[in-house]
Design a protein around this ligand. Structure first.
Ligand SMILES: Cc1ncc(COP(=O)(O)O)c(C=O)c1O
Length: 414
């Protein structure tokens, strides 16, 4: 059940629908958004301007690892905001030094660079691989990526992605990304040539509808990279930071990358991403990489506080327990409604529908007070906070069951 809070504050006065639409006119229409305006979040719950409460299984798109406004993050931000916001990216600051050291210790990587978004970290990974190819592999620069992959929305990360339709958007695209088929090692082998420098993938393709790499595939890629002298780049922007029930997705598989990118859950709701590289792959020199807000003390202090929570063995054990609960509930619903099964790990799951009702079910679930996403029209995706309680998972499964059964929606609060 949601925490007991006043239903409305002065900020949460209902807006006439027309007023909301009027305000949205000044935002570039880059995506379709429902009309509700969200004003407050606490833990698993989100409130709209009309005082309606939602169980949030979007959590900022797998970002709010500890839920909305976790006190541990708020306190770290408050303390840092009173001490130092930013000295300049050209000067050291304590939180970025501490976060780099902690992340390298936890991942086994040698060095880190910090950005603000996942795309920025992946763009850095692409540059790093090209630099490494120039220095160590006779100028090789091509990266093998995958059908349906998602690596971000900069020009290079869009070119690296394999989202259907993206290959013709914003052309000409940056060159140098050969596309292999997912979970098909032979298709990778066939693309390796003298210009190949790296293989880049998500351990679980999140935006494609939660499609895990098979263990054999990921181990096979590691072996192929070793045999051909290529870098293995893991994009763990979505799967990292405890989302799969291990602190990093590569631990779930037992495969070590040469380059690793993190984002989303790393900041638990604030914008920070990381590019990490092994000693062999970490070849940037002064002038190669930068950014005004890279290593920002406020973001690094927040991420450090979040990471300490996520890294606790007891925390990871409860992600796994809640993940098992969620998966079992989804499997039961899939069987009951004759759907296409479930995929995922930890607290990242998809329910295959077998038809394209996804967007309609997302809207219907919202009417019942459950926020979910249709990663593709044929599947629903669930990304609850990682510290979900047993009761929250049960409540979400109940709301989903009602949505799938098409029971009448809840009475709407004014
Ligand atoms: C695997 C993966 N890589 C990269 C990105 C891009 O991250 P951002 O939106 O922070 O740029 C995403 C975002 O969904 C992602 O899931």
């Amino acid at each position: 059940m949601p925490p007991q809070v006043p239903r409305q504050t002065p900020l949460q006065q209902p807006h006439p629908a027309g007023q909301r639409l009027d305000a949205a006119r000044h935002l570039m229409p880059i995506t379709e958004r429902p009309a509700e305006v969200f004003v407050r979040g606490e833990g698993a719950w989100l409130w709209d301007a009309q005082g309606r409460c939602y169980l949030d299984w979007l959590q900022g798109w797998a970002v709010n690892a500890l839920g909305h406004c976790p006190p541990v993050l708020a306190q770290a931000l408050q303390a840092q905001a009173g001490a130092l916001l930013t000295p300049s990216p050209a000067l050291h600051n304590q939180p970025s030094l501490a976060l780099a050291e902690r992340l390298c210790g936890l991942t086994g990587m040698h060095q880190a660079w910090f950005g603000s978004t996942g795309a920025e970290a992946n763009e850095g990974a692409i540059k790093l691989a090209r630099k490494w190819g120039r220095a160590r592999r006779s100028g090789a620069w091509e990266i093998i990526t995958f059908d349906n992959a998602f690596h971000g929305r900069t020009l290079a990360t869009m070119a690296a992605s394999g989202k259907p339709g993206w290959e013709t958007m914003f052309t000409p695209q940056p060159a140098g990304f050969a596309k292999a088929r997912w979970n098909d090692l032979d298709s990778v082998r066939a693309l390796i040539g003298p210009q190949t420098v790296a293989v880049m993938l998500e351990p679980v393709q999140g935006e494609a509808g939660v499609r895990p790499a098979t263990p054999d595939f990921l181990h096979g890629l590691r072996d192929l990279c070793d045999a051909h002298g290529l870098l293995l780049i893991l994009d763990e922007v979505q799967t990292g930071c405890a989302r799969l029930g291990t602190l990093f997705g590569f631990e779930h598989y037992g495969v070590r990358p040469d380059i690793l990118t993190l984002g989303k859950g790393l900041g638990g709701g604030i914008p920070i991403s990381a590019l990490l590289a092994s000693r062999e792959a970490s070849v940037f020199e002064p002038g190669d990489q930068g950014g005004t807000f890279g290593g920002h003390p406020l973001m690094c202090a927040g991420a450090l506080a979040v990471l300490e929570e996520l890294a606790r063995p007891a925390f990871l054990a409860q992600v796994q327990a809640r993940g098992t609960q969620l998966a079992e509930g989804l499997r039961a619903l899939s069987a009951q409604h004759g759907l296409g099964g479930v995929r995922g790990a930890g607290l990242l799951w998809a329910l295959e529908l077998g038809d394209t009702r996804g967007p309609a079910l997302v809207a219907a679930a919202r009417q019942r007070g459950l926020l979910i996403n249709a990663a593709r029209p044929h599947c629903l995706r669930f990304m609850p906070r990682l510290n979900s309680s047993e009761g929250e998972i049960s409540t979400g499964l109940d709301l989903l069951a009602q949505t799938l059964s098409g029971l009448p929606a809840r009475a709407q609060a004014a």
